[in-house]
Design a protein. Structure first.
Ligand SMILES: [Zn+2]
Length: 149
């Protein structure tokens, strides 16, 4: 004798469905009367095979915002230098800053950092060179004024 877990109607053994409510009858649910859903015959959950976990230091692009080193963006400074200070060094700095941003966008942080450092060096030398040139220019003006020009 089996019992319907839904409507508690008694059904003869071997009847697959309750004749009162249509609820499927299983020997487990009838025996325990807990309304447990019929479980598969020992099927393991499909999540047994996880994808391989990559520890830190995996090659390839980083997920955005995670573990990525901060590559400074010198593009604005390079453009400012081109406009205000030293045109040739500023253009070189723009090229390297653009390369740094490009390499950063594809996840190549080593190359991005290298190009960013090169851009920074160009910007620093451009500013230093501009200060020296401007200083010499002022010095020449002072000497010229002192010389009665
Ligand atoms: Zn029933």
């Amino acid at each position: 004798m089996a019992r319907c877990p839904k409507c508690q109607a008694f059904m003869p053994d071997g009847v697959p469905f309750c004749s009162q409510c249509g609820c499927p009858l299983t020997s487990e649910s009838a025996a325990s009367s807990m309304g447990m859903p019929p479980a598969g015959p020992g099927m393991p959950p499909p999540m047994g095979q996880n994808p391989p976990f990559y520890p830190n230091g995996m090659p390839g692009p980083y997920p955005p915002g995670y573990g990525a080193p901060q590559v400074p963006d010198y593009l604005v400074w390079a453009i400012l230098e081109t406009l205000l200070c030293c045109l040739p060094l500023g253009i070189v700095a723009i090229v390297y800053a653009s390369q740094a941003n490009l390499a950063k966008s594809v996840g190549n942080y080593a190359e991005a950092m290298q190009n960013a450092n090169t851009a920074k060096t160009c910007i620093i030398w451009g500013v230093v060179g501009s200060v020296i040139v401007i200083g010499l220019y002022i010095l020449l003006l002072v000497i010229g004024a002192a010389g009665g020009l």
